[in-house]
Design a protein around this ligand. Structure first.
Ligand SMILES: NC(=O)c1ccc[n+]([C@@H]2O[C@H](COP(=O)([O-])OP(=O)(O)OC[C@H]3O[C@@H](n4cnc5c(N)ncnc54)[C@H](O)[C@@H]3O)[C@@H](O)[C@H]2O)c1
Length: 333
């Protein structure tokens, strides 16, 4: 399927990944790009001066969603509650947004004869890795309510494919990073601290390994999945095919910004804060290793991540230096 000439609606289009998708859909020659977002975490600055339509709406508002999808050909569903702690503390809100919201998006799409839908899933559906890299048929035992609701969303997408023949593809992302990333995850915490002249804080021994995928590569996976019929009714891992321990992430950030700093190690209990960084709590059920096997999407859709981790981090650092207000960052380096 070609994207050129199509009307595309992106839920969560004002967010990190969604706003990059907006840019790419414009480049691909989409006839109309519509952002549907409640702006709970989304940012209007990411959408400035773009030839798009912006609808402020919640995916829990079915009527508005359905009206917004009139004449839409393709839907990219990226709106979600993705804060792990919010999911733990307010599980019903997480469930409503990620499950009821997804069902609303699917129903509105069916009602409007949408041709295809991409669902932003997460590697968080696996839970603790029983083998690495984790293939798509790895046991699904999410560690957090967030993983449960993302998994349910994925299963509903599959249901709509099986019941109604509605083409859906779910993409289980690794850790997507790059310009416009939201503040709060390890890489962003490290970058902000090091820019401010402070040492990054590593929890535990720092040997936990993570799968990082650069934003443009994640966007590319979306485009490949939209364009290929092979992807209909499928679930794919979308990783970066490069895996780094937290120690290595800290090393790279330090090397790029302030080579004299040394990381500090801390070992707070799950759910408790770091004494060095009181606003940062350790996740309960922290994953030891998070390494996706992205060979299926490579084999079926020719997906190949192009940006090396260090290069991607450099781009993210350049971006935040020019957009300090995004993370309330006060650099000293
Ligand atoms: N960033 C990652 O590394 C990552 C990894 C795995 C999965 N994902 C998935 O990718 C998607 C996008 O993530 P992101 O990192 O861009 O997050 P983000 O917070 O930057 O974007 C989410 C967007 O959805 C909007 N939104 C939230 N709730 C909404 C609602 N009820 N109605 C309408 N809009 C709503 C927010 O305002 C925001 O613009 C999510 O579905 C997330 O679960 C992201």
């Amino acid at each position: 399927m070609n994207i050129e000439g199509k009307n595309v609606l992106i839920t969560g289009g004002a967010g990190f990944i969604g706003s990059h998708l907006v840019d790419r859909f414009i480049k691909e020659g989409a006839s109309k790009v519509i952002v549907y977002d409640n702006f709970s975490t989304g940012n209007r600055n990411f959408l400035e001066k773009k030839p798009i339509e912006i609808i402020k709406g919640d995916i829990l508002n079915y009527k508005k969603l359905e009206e917004s999808m009139k004449d839409v050909d393709l839907v990219s569903h990226h709106a979600a509650e993705l804060e792990v702690f919010t999911g733990i503390e307010n599980t019903l809100h997480d469930l409503r947004t990620n499950v009821e919201g997804t069902i609303n998006v699917l129903n509105a799409a069916i009602e409007n004869d949408v041709e295809k839908l991409i669902y932003a899933s997460s590697g968080g559906v696996y839970g603790q890795a029983q083998l690495t890299p984790e293939p798509e048929d790895h046991p699904l035992m999410p560690h957090w309510p967030y993983g449960v609701s993302k998994l349910a969303g994925e299963k509903y997408c599959l249901q709509y494919y099986l019941l109604y023949g509605f083409p859906t593809t779910s993409l289980r992302y690794g850790i997507v990073y790059g310009p416009r990333e939201w503040y709060g995850r390890v890489l962003t915490l490290f970058i902000k601290r090091v820019l401010e002249g402070k040492a990054p804080i590593i929890f535990g021994d720092g040997k936990q390994v993570r799968d990082y995928v650069y934003i443009n590569d994640a966007v590319n996976a979306n485009i490949l999945a939209l364009k290929s019929e092979k992807a209909n009714g499928k679930v794919y891992n979308v990783g970066g095919k490069e895996f780094y321990s937290i120690n290595e992430v800290a090393e790279i950030v330090i090397k790029l910004i302030s080579p004299k700093l040394k990381p500090i190690y801390d070992d707070p209990k799950p759910g408790e804060s770091s004494k060095y960084q009181p606003n940062r709590k350790r996740l309960p059920g922290e994953l030891r290793d998070f390494i996706l096997d992205s060979s299926l999407i490579s084999k079926e859709l020719d997906y190949e991540p192009k940006t090396k981790f260090e290069e991607g981090v450099k781009k993210e650092v350049e971006w935040i230096r020019e957009n300090l207000e995004q993370w309330n960052c006060q650099p000293r380096v």
